[in-house]
Design a binder for this molecule. Structure first.
Ligand code: E4P
Length: 218
């Protein structure tokens, strides 16, 4: 399973890229709002200088023609741009059109395996089931990821399953066990998942013992 960063914050992207584990980035209007200042195009182009992998940029049109027009514009920014459209009939229609033009799509705001199936049938490159937002309303968000992986495998559908709306480190493990191709993770969750107190304690003890070892050398 690949790890994408769910952010438009350039400093977070630089840091995660430095760790050597980052394969892509997802953004959305809320994340763009938090990044402040620069234009949509400038932010996406800057991300593309840091990460050599898919970068999702989200459309805001409600109609298919508008999504397609936005998608064509985003795709001109960089070859790694993947166009995000919502899990709606208009979104799936936009996926179909953009695919004929060689433009990859990420179908977002997916909350059911039926929506995931329809996105794949339309030709989506990525489907994004939102795990945390389903958990928030007392539903098992990860079950949509499990069901989607099973359906895609059963029917030979090539759309990549991206576990989105990840809220804590266990979600990353569960997405990997469910067979998701990608998990997109907020930076604060990535940091939590990266740390272990026994790793820190182990390093501290090894360094102390190394100093003792060196002091005893002639
Ligand atoms: C993914 O592409 C979405 O932008 C994101 O995972 C949404 O997460 P949220 O529910 O934390 O806003």
């Amino acid at each position: 399973m690949r790890i994408f960063l769910d952010t438009a914050d350039i400093n977070e992207i630089r840091e995660a890229a430095r760790w050597g584990i980052l394969s892509g980035v997802t953004t959305n209007p809320t994340l763009m709002m938090k990044s402040r200042g620069a234009s949509h195009e400038a932010v996406i182009k800057e991300i593309a200088t840091i990460v050599d992998g898919p970068i999702s940029a989200e459309t805001v049109s409600l109609d298919t023609a508008g999504m397609v027009e936005e998608g064509r514009r985003f795709a001109r920014w960089h070859p790694n741009v993947v166009v995000k459209v919502p899990s709606t009939p208009n979104g799936w229609a936009a996926v179909k059109q953009l695919k004929t033009e060689g433009i990859r799509t990420n179908v977002t705001l997916c909350f059911s395996a039926n929506q995931a199936l329809f996105a794949a049938l339309a030709g989506a490159y990525i489907i994004s089931p939102f795990v945390g937002r389903l958990d928030d309303i007392s539903e098992d968000g990860m079950q949509v990821v499990r069901d989607t992986v099973e359906i895609y495998r059963q029917h030979g559908l090539e759309t990549l399953v991206l576990a989105a709306s990840i809220r804590h480190p266990l979600h990353i493990i569960d997405a990997a066990k469910a067979g998701a191709d990608i998990a997109t993770v907020p930076f604060k969750v990535l940091e939590l998942a990266a740390r272990h107190p026994l790793t820190d304690k182990g390093i501290e003890n090894f360094l102390k013992d190394w100093e003792k070892f060196k002091a005893e050398q002639h």
